[in-house]
Each structure stands twice: as structure tokens, then as C-alpha cells.
Unconditional design. Structure first.
Length: 494
């Protein structure tokens, strides 16, 4: 087969020109050419000469053996020796073909220590540091971590205008101090280093984790604050309504401009979501991920899971427990009109006439989750709220007077606490008065460790969610009136 290359291609068009004959590549000679035949002739001559030489040598040896005094005996002995050698070689080859590989040579003491896997207890850490955007900076950082026996489980890079933020998930020896880790990173060129403990949930790779957060946000609008919290870590999330934002429009920075530790995003209702993280500046990558979640929420609009649970009360009445949102505001106002002033006072701790003003906030998925209880006829008789309030979570109940003392409040409270555990909350608290024995009994019925604090007639009951699936904490502020917020507490009393 003739090989066609970039040099032989033009020869087809210039075959008739004299110049083309000088530019052609030399062709291979046919197998039957004179040069090939001469080559085969010399090889045959050499082979015949070797054959004649071998026959002559064999004939000489045979004559010498036969004419000797013990010629036949020597031939028989030679044949036996050759057969024994062949059998021994066959046995040796079969035996050692399946033998295990020889053991490696022994290591020196230092090499044995380095080759031994890490057996000491380990701790998971999340670390973020800023390095120069130049070749070798990441390699120096990895070498410094390897010198401390620190294993890098995952790495994310966040490019900046100057430098790069590298975020690591590390498995380090348990006895390694954070100061030693930070000092080694600084020596390798890292700056603005931040570390915190991690858990097994952080082992999930970033794309899978973000897709999971997007799925939860798509199914439930109330998941957006939790998704932002798990995406950005410990932070304060404030939802600013459209009216409040119009007043502060002159001082608010433009959306998309990162003010170090402040991130602003437009929600789907004309308002604004403000995320603050004082201990760690945001990166453009984090801003892009957060904005994608908020845009997904805005495109899907208001939504809540439509699952309903039908329960039967001890006296035989059937009730339905479902999620509630802003579409239930009017029904909630009608229910509050049927409630006595004392019931509303125990719930809102303020003027009874202002009870309806809180419903738009309480039923909004931006600030938490709400469960509604309705009868077989569709009348709303109870509401349970799980509200994000700073780094804590508040639970609140309101049951119509005629339906109290039937277990509705306890059922709502158990479901709200289960939601808090699912969201990764450390504790939940309820604000009431000592006279509200029904709420106190419902909190005791949870079977959780409780802390009680009374200040100026207000009782704050905090339930610690032992065994909860803890995640990174966040502070999601709640703009409820001061009368509905818990009284100041000493952190050491919790």
C-alpha cells in the first residue's frame, strides 16, 4: 500500500512537470527485485555452510564414539542424561510458575514508620485560606499539610481578582492543634486562614450537595433559608420586604456587589435577602451559587408540600394536619376572631388587637414553616409555627378555645420538633406565661431536656434536641415585634 502524506499530495497534479520527478519520494522496491533476490541468495549460502559444518562435526564425533572401546555405552548414558535433564527442567518450571512472589526486602526503621498507615484517631476540619495565584502555590500548601500527616479529602477553588481562595476538607490527627495547622499553612504562603470542625455530611462532593439543596428548595419554599445556611455556613439571613427596601434604597448597595461580608439578593416578591457573615468574606463563587438558589425559588413561585395527614381524636372527631402558607391568612384571621382574648394574649404577649398583623409574617415560608389543623368541614382550628430566629428556633401554637385539651397542641408540637430536627436545629424554644399550663405540659411531653427561665412574667422553655442531625448553624433573623420575642437570656443559663 502506498503511503500518502502532505508531501505526496501535490504530485497528482504536477505529475507531468519535470520538477515533480525530482520531488517525488523514493518508492519501495518490489519483493521480486534484483536487490531482494541477492539478499536471499547470500542467506541461503550461509545456512548451507552452517549445515555442512554441523554434519561434519556430528560425523566426526560419531566415528570417534563408535570406534572407541565403550562407544555404545557412552551413547546410552548420554541419552539417559539428556532425558533426566529434560524431566527435571519440566518439573522445576511447573513448580515455580505458581509460587507466590518473594517477600519485599525489609525496610529501615524510618521507612517502616512512613509506610505504616495512619492509625491514630482523626478529626474532620474545614479550612479556607487565600494563596497567591501563581504556579506552585497550591503544591507548597499541600506539601505543608502532608508534613503534618493531614489528608486532603476534597478541594474547592474560588478565584478572586487577586489571589485564589482554596477551601479544603481535611482529615487530621486528633492530637494536631489548630494553631499548628494554621501556622503551617501560613508558612506555606496561605493568608486569612479560617478553620472549623466538619462532620460526615461534608464528605459529600460539592456538586451533589448543591443539587440536593436545589431539589429541596424546589419542593418547598420554606427550605430556601435552610439551603442558604447549609451552602454558606454560619451566617445571618434577613428577608427585607419590598416596602422596607424602598425606604433603604439610597443606602443599600447594588445587587451583585460583594461588600466583603455582606451579600444581597433580590427575591421573587420584590424584596431583598441580605446575608451577613462577619467572620469570613464571601467569594464570587458563593455569590453565584446563592443567587442561583434564589432565582430558582423566584421562578417557581409560592409552593408548599400538599401532603395531608388525617388523624382521629380520642372523642372520635377527624382532623387534618397540613402545611399552611399565605393563602391561609384569611382563614387564620377568622379563627383568631373565634378565639378568646385570653388565648390570644397567651399566644402573642401583646395587644390583642394586633394579632392579625402578625399573620403575614407567621405564614410566610421566608421565616419558617407553619402547620394548620382543620376539621372535616374545612374550618381552621389550630396553627403551629416553626420560626427561624437568629441561631435559635422558636415554636408557637394557637388552638381555638373549643378545640383545646384534645391533644391537638401536643400533636402540632411533636411535628414541629421533628421538622426542627430535620433542619438540623440544636434546640427549640417556646415563649409563653407560667399560667399557660397547656403549653408547659406539651413541652414536657416531648421527653427532651428542658431549660426554664422566667423574666418579668415571661416564661421561656428551651428544649435541647439531643441526637439531632446537626448541621452548620446560621442566624436567620425574625422581624417579629419585641413583645413576641423571648426576653434576654444569659447564654450561660442555657
Amino acid at each position: 500500500m502506498t503511503e500518502v502524506t502532505s508531501e505526496t499530495a501535490p504530485q497528482a497534479t504536477n505529475a507531468g512537470s519535470p520538477k515533480s520527478r525530482w520531488l517525488r519520494r523514493p518508492q519501495r522496491r518490489a519483493p521480486g527485485s534484483r536487490r531482494t533476490a541477492r539478499h536471499h541468495w547470500r542467506r541461503d549460502v550461509v545456512e548451507l555452510a552452517a549445515l555442512f559444518t554441523a554434519v561434519a562435526v556430528a560425523d566426526t564425533i560419531a566415528k570417534t564414539v563408535v570406534k572407541g572401546p565403550r562407544g555404545p555405552f557412552m551413547l546410552i548414558a548420554s541419552a539417559v542424561a539428556l532425558a533426566a535433564t529434560a524431566l527435571f527442567h519440566t518439573w522445576w518450571a511447573r513448580r515455580h510458575s505458581h509460587a507466590p512472589p518473594p517477600p519485599p526486602p525489609p525496610l529501615h526503621a524510618d521507612e517502616a514508620i512512613e509506610a505504616t498507615p495512619l492509625q491514630t484517631p482523626t478529626t474532620l476540619w474545614r479550612m479556607r485560606t487565600t494563596v497567591r495565584d501563581e504556579p506552585g502555590s497550591l503544591a507548597a500548601l499541600c506539601a505543608a499539610l502532608a508534613a503534618l500527616r493531614v489528608d486532603i479529602l476534597s478541594l474547592q477553588t474560588h478565584p478572586l481578582a487577586q489571589g485564589t481562595v482554596d477551601e479544603f476538607l481535611l482529615r487530621a490527627p486528633q492530637d494536631l492543634a489548630v494553631t499548628d495547622l494554621t501556622r503551617a499553612v501560613a508558612g506555606a504562603g496561605g493568608s486569612s486562614t479560617w478553620t472549623e470542625r466538619a462532620d460526615a455530611h461534608d464528605l459529600v462532593d460539592a456538586p451533589t450537595r448543591i443539587l440536593g439543596l436545589a431539589t429541596r428548595t424546589a419542593l418547598d419554599a420554606a427550605e430556601l433559608p435552610l439551603a442558604l445556611r447549609q451552602l454558606l455556613g454560619r451566617c445571618t439571613i434577613r428577608s427585607v420586604p419590598a416596602k422596607s427596601r424602598a425606604r433603604a434604597a439610597q443606602t443599600a448597595p447594588v445587587e451583585g456587589k460583594l461588600d466583603d461580608c455582606v451579600l444581597r439578593l433580590q427575591d421573587g416578591e420584590g424584596g431583598e435577602i441580605v446575608v451577613e457573615r462577619p467572620y469570613l468574606p464571601f467569594t464570587p463563587t458563593e455569590f453565584a451559587r446563592a443567587r442561583a438558589l434564589v432565582e430558582l425559588d423566584a421562578r417557581l413561585g409560592p409552593r408548599i408540600p400538599r401532603a395531608q395527614d388525617v388523624l382521629t381524636l380520642p372523642e372520635g372527631n377527624a382532623i387534618t394536619v397540613r402545611r399552611a402558607d399565605l393563602t391561609d391568612v384569611e382563614a387564620a384571621k377568622v379563627m383568631q376572631e373565634r378565639c378568646s382574648p385570653e388565648t390570644l394574649r397567651l399566644r402573642y404577649h401583646g395587644p390583642v388587637g394586633d394579632a392579625d398583623k402578625y399573620l403575614n409574617h407567621l405564614l410566610s415560608p421566608r421565616y419558617g414553616r407553619t402547620l394548620a389543623v382543620q376539621t372535616a368541614s374545612g374550618r381552621l382550628v389550630g396553627l403551629g409555627h416553626l420560626l427561624w430566629d437568629g441561631d435559635e428556633t422558636e415554636v408557637a401554637l394557637l388552638v381555638e378555645d373549643d378545640w383545646q385539651r384534645r391533644g391537638i397542641g401536643a400533636e402540632l408540637l411533636e411535628r414541629l420538633v421533628a421538622m426542627a430536627v430535620e433542619a438540623g436545629c440544636d434546640s427549640v424554644y417556646a415563649v409563653t406565661r407560667a399560667a399557660n399550663t397547656g403549653m408547659v405540659a406539651a413541652m414536657r411531653g416531648l421527653g427532651l431536656p428542658l431549660d426554664f427561665q422566667i423574666e418579668e412574667g415571661t416564661l421561656v422553655i428551651t428544649a435541647r434536641l439531643d441526637g439531632a442531625d446537626h448541621r452548620d448553624g446560621a442566624e436567620i433573623s425574625s422581624p417579629l415585634p419585641h413583645a413576641a420575642r423571648p426576653a434576654p437570656r444569659d447564654p450561660g443559663a442555657r
